[in-house]
Write a protein that binds this ligand. Structure first.
Ligand code: DGL
Length: 253
């Protein structure tokens, strides 16, 4: 049985956890929500690197065989320093799904929703650089999205207005494909899809990250699939937000 550590600035990483349990249903999970320090989006890279070190120690203490950085912002700011500091520990990070979006767009315009930290990170900029000769890439920060999800607000007029403000500029630019570049955003996907309409495809990279985690565990020879399944949740702040979204995920949403 593998022990899988997952962390995010809050409950957003549960969108990755929900895909992980589909491909690795019999493992032991430890999820750390750093909601006392959320959002990470506007914090300095150094701040996020320090939080990443602290949380990595916590998860290793729980016996983690692998750490999934289920946060695009933390991946951008800290995964390289974490890999350097813990060379024996496998880390799996988030990939902005620009490649499938660029390959699939018919309008030639891809929209990316992410945090400010992710959009200015070298990982994203390098990925964008690979495709921007072929397609137009329009970007927008999902302003207020993380706060909505942390507050358990996933639908209704306030959510629609907040989502529309960041989504509309991408639709106006002609995007027919929207990449969700923050792990909180998939919890707003039903609203995003409703507002964008049926001709727009919305891509959540979480299934690909889950498959990559399985691949790394297999490569390392970590025994998997033996069970029993278990999950432990931990929050640096009020646990209510995490419990609320976890209940949705556990209920199959
Ligand atoms: N879920 C994090 C991400 O993927 C949230 C960002 C934040 O805390 O601002 O980027």
């Amino acid at each position: 049985m593998a022990t899988i550590g997952i962390f995010d600035s809050g409950c957003g990483g549960l969108s990755v956890y929900r895909e992980l349990v589909k491909v690795l249903p019999k493992e032991q999970y430890h999820y750390y929500s750093d909601n006392a320090h959320c959002p990470y989006g506007e914090k300095s890279a150094l701040y996020i690197q320090r939080r990443g070190r602290f949380i990595t120690e916590f998860l290793l203490d729980k016996g983690a065989d692998i750490i999934v950085v289920a946060c695009n912002t933390a991946t951008a700011a800290a995964i390289a320093t974490l890999r350097a500091a813990y060379p024996d520990v496998p880390f799996v990070g988030m990939e902005p799904a620009v490649k499938p979006a660029a390959l699939g767009t018919r309008s030639g315009v891809v929209g990316v929703l992410a945090t400010a930290g992710t959009l200015k990170g070298s990982k994203y900029l390098n990925t964008r650089g690979l495709y921007e000769d072929e397609v137009i890439i329009a970007e927008h920060v999902g302003q207020g999205f993380v706060e909505l999800v942390e507050a358990g607000k996933l639908d209704g007029p306030e959510v629609e207005a907040t989502v529309r403000a960041s989504l509309q500029p991408l639709l106006d630019a002609g995007a027919d494909t929207i990449v969700l570049g923050c792990t909180h955003y998939p919890f707003l996907q039903p609203v995003i899809e409703r507002l964008a309409g049926p001709s727009v495809r919305v891509i959540d990279p979480a299934p690909a990250v889950a498959r990559q985690t399985l691949h790394v565990l297999e490569q390392r020879g970590v025994p998997i699939g033996k069970g029993p399944f278990s999950v432990k949740l931990c929050s640096s702040g009020d646990p209510a937000a995490l419990q609320r979204i976890f209940a949705l995920v556990a209920g199959g949403k």
